[in-house]
Write a protein that binds this ligand. Sequence first.
Ligand code: AMP
Length: 193
Amino acid sequence: MSGETPGGPVRVWLGLGSNLGNRVAALRTGVAALIQAGLEPEAFSDLYHSRPKYLPDQPPFVNAVGRFRTRLTPLQVLAAGRAAEAAAGRRPRERYGPRELDVDILLYGGRRIEGEGLTVPHPALAERLFVLVPLAELDPGLEVPGLGPLSGLLSEALARLPAEERVVSLGRFEPGRGRPLFPPAAPAGAGEA
Ligand code: AMP
């Protein structure tokens, strides 16, 4: 699933993470802000518990990955992510430190982007189980541009990374908290003879 048809909307996969305050509420606030900015949600992974990877002395994270469709450019998606972080109350702190919300562009269609301030696929994607596991739950057949099949990246990461980096599912992420974000499913049996 490369996610792109010429002239049409593009599929983007965003990584969401929080380790301060009400972490699930921060993810929900972020999703609402992303929708407001022009990203249409298609599907979300479960919520995952992960230990902080780079600066260990901070609270654990809740992570999820969302798949969206959008006509926004990559830089507009980056700006939407920053707006979502601000909506969740993120304030500037040290790199890799605690944060109310982090939004990363993991994939933008099948594109590779190397620009000022934006690299896609996300440069740390292959070294982060808190990204690889939810991404593989959502779209196990994905090809990561320049890196190959997601399934291979995941098995390599599981073999190589320390056990402390394993993530644990916390169950379904319901970003709309009861309010439907997705079009209602057709009733069972609809369209059948
Ligand atoms: P952080 O909020 O600590 O994840 O860092 C965000 C910074 O990383 C932003 O200033 C972006 O310009 C830069 N960046 C580079 N590539 C990406 C990407 N794929 N997704 C999100 N931020 C990115």
